[in-house]
Write a protein that binds this ligand. Sequence first.
Ligand code: M6R
Length: 615
Amino acid sequence: MCGIVGGVTSKNITPLLLEGLNRLEYRGYDSSGLIVLSNKNTFNRARSVGKVANLEKKLKSRSKKINGNIGIAHTRWATHGEPSSLNAHPHISKNSVSVVHNGIIENYIELKNNQIKQGYKFESETDTEVIAHAIDFEMKSCETLIASVQKAVMSFEGSYGLGIISSNFPDRIIATRKGSPLLIGIGENGNYIASDQIALLSETKKFIFLEEGDIAEIEINKVTIIDIDGNLAKRPIVISKIKADQSDKGNYSHFMQKEIFEQPQAIRDTLESRITNDSVISSAFGYEAEGIFKSIKQLQIVACGSSFNAGLVAKYWIEDIAKIQCSVEIASEYRYRNPILQNNTLFVTLSQSGETADTLEALKVAKKINSKVKSLCISNSAESSLTRLSDLTFLTHAGPEIGVASTKAFTTQLVSLALLLCSIGKLQKKIDIKQEKEIVIGLKKLPGLLNETLLQESLIKKLASRFKDNTSTLFLGRGTMHAIAMEGALKLKEISYIHAEAYPAGELKHGPIALIDKNMPVIAIAPNDELLEKLKSNLHEVKSRGSQMIVFEDEDSKVQPMESMLVVPIISNLGRISAPIIFTIPLQLLSYHVALIRGTDVDKPRNLAKSVTVE
Ligand code: M6R
């Protein structure tokens, strides 16, 4: 969603703000802006609609340059008020306070009405402007900026990550968060704030992660943090393991392409120090996991988007192989429906970012419903709101994923879930040594198999041209491949803007088959499993209605090609665990190349954000 970066340094802050904004653009954007305090303690602001490049152009064309040692900046993903320069952040109140905000102030209309009565004038339609005015108002009766912020935030309902500067206190930034991520970067030449480590990696690797309700005062060589109860707080400095160049495209045209090709390494990294030659190590999920895993009777997985699709695959694995009940639910539904949560349930959240608002709220709801329930978060982000709130954390180690469309995060989630299956199954004696060995050996082969599959890129690129003028596509699969079909459909719609739906192939005759004609291409996934013959019958049903079909098959599946049906063998002899992971690759590549042909913004598709931190 919105991205925040800011800093107080001995150097000119503007280049750092721009670099941070560029690095944060992947979170979603429709406008951006920055504000810097000049030597004369006046605000200099620039805002622009569209990409950060537009803001850069605007800054270059100004005769009066924006320079100074302290500033804040923002990429906006509109929630309240259309994307426009006036609605872009930073917002200012009476030339005294300026604010950047990630989150939503839910009671902003009530606050706005009061502030209008107090004489404040509004220039935007955003919920954020009330924050600037509220702090300015409190400054009349408070001696310090931090005290004004402390008082002002008491009136806010909703979520916020805030960066605040004031012309009355020109040597400090105030940062505070509730429900939205925010961290402090500790540098050699100054101190910084950001909503994501990536924004600051060129400047520092030392980070302090603010906790819920923390308010921090950031000066050039000092950081003071006050906790939610108003007490002085000590938060640890964490050294980031993310390399600055991991967030660059390298030789690839897009982050998505780079991330697709990083999957063999990402999976190696996910497996590293989690497995021995033939088993999953007992502490893979943390030392407390053993006791928890032994006692659970069922799993409840909650997630959104691709993470939800990964959860669906795991349901098949866990019930089929470990014979433990497993439910999977979309987080935005779970959080609002008064679910029943039995004792001895392991509540599993899956989230690349660890910051998805719906998933976070679903976990909070689960904790409220049954405080005895233990939680595990499988995430790609070590320091995130979800990992902090969970009893157990398992990191996917995929490295930064910048492309909005999830690729390596998804496949490493599947690998992590396979490890979870083994850990729980083994501790509950539902999986024996031989089965575990088979799964582990299969997982170890994955990087090699993925490399082999990625070699098919040029073939898949050719197939993509068929979708150039397409308006709709149907994806079919059975068993775990239904979840992979869902993932394929999600990828196609989010980056190529083609309507796509996934169905379990057996469900076709209950309605969707009515859609099938020569204008409705069908993509099917045909692994060599116990449902293969059933799937083949489904393919005949589709074929006889005139659809143009592409079937990605296991070489051993031997689907008979028919007229208008292209059969693409992927790899032979895939097992139950490796098949869904391998079949994801051609679907990712297909979406990527279709998007390229259609000329969309692959890494930053319209209307989407990488991390959905608002409801
Ligand atoms: O960070 P999370 O895994 O919690 O994000 C969940 C979804 O927003 C995410 O998977 C989204 O659907 C992706 N754009 C899919 O490619």
